[in-house]
Design a protein around this ligand. Structure first.
Ligand SMILES: [Zn+2]
Length: 227
């Protein structure tokens, strides 16, 4: 990990990223997380001009792809980094959701083991494998439901970070510009969107823009907005 105290290649880009994050953090009344540069972030197929938030060895860190620093104009870059800061601000919420998920998965694994144990017992006592199989099937259903809930929570966390960015950056067209770059780099599928949403960790960009716009309107309703 590269911290603000190192002097690596690309130091200027790192300092620029750190300055943006620090400014946004100060404005939001948060401590400044560590900032790192990386050749790429995110899963394969994700946009190049991207960033991510993660606690690395317990150190809250925003990692920015070099391409984001080199290619994004100042406003979309600020939206991107402020969104990641939103994940940092929301860490307690996300940790709670993750703990609930892990506890549920622990229960599903115990149930699956129960099914494996009950199967042969049932067979020996004349009841057959059916009770064990039924218990095992229920554990799979629970694990599947928990997996889908985890992804739904992940999508909610993205919208929460987007709303945070809207509150602290406050410009819809900057988010629009960021998503336009992403649409060029990694276009979203046009087909099967409703069903595929269930297995996505991120909402569709149109949904994210709607959430940002709604948040901006909530902060500053058009009826009262000065022109
Ligand atoms: Zn995010």
């Amino acid at each position: 990990m590269t911290t603000p105290h190192d002097r690596p290649v690309g130091d200027d880009l790192l300092q620029e990223a750190l300055a943006i994050v620090r400014r946004a953090a100060e404005q939001a009344g948060l401590p400044t997380p560590a900032v790192a540069l990386a050749p790429s972030v995110g899963k394969p197929g994700a946009p190049r001009a991207n960033a991510e938030y993660k606690a690395i060895l317990g150190v809250p860190t925003i990692t920015v792809a070099t391409a984001a620093m080199q290619e994004l104009p100042p406003d979309p870059l600020e939206v991107l980094l402020t969104h990641e800061l939103g994940h940092f601000a929301d860490e307690a919420w996300w940790k709670r959701k993750t703990r609930q998920f892990l506890a549920g998965m622990g229960f599903a694994v115990l149930l699956a083991i129960g099914g494996v144990v009950v199967g042969p017992i049932g067979e020996n006592s004349g009841a057959g494998y059916a009770p064990g199989l039924a218990i095992f099937a229920v554990s799979l259903l629970i694990a599947g439901a928990l997996g889908l809930t985890y992804l739904a929570n992940s999508r909610t966390s993205e919208l929460r970070a987007d709303r945070f960015a809207a509150r602290h950056h406050g410009n819809l067209s900057s988010a629009h510009d960021l998503f336009k770059v992403w649409d060029r780099e990694a276009p979203e599928r046009e087909w099967g969107r409703g069903l595929l949403l269930l297995i996505r960790s991120h909402p569709y960009r149109a949904t994210r823009l709607e959430a940002i716009e709604a948040e901006l309107n909530r902060q500053d309703p058009p009826a009262t907005r000065r022109t």
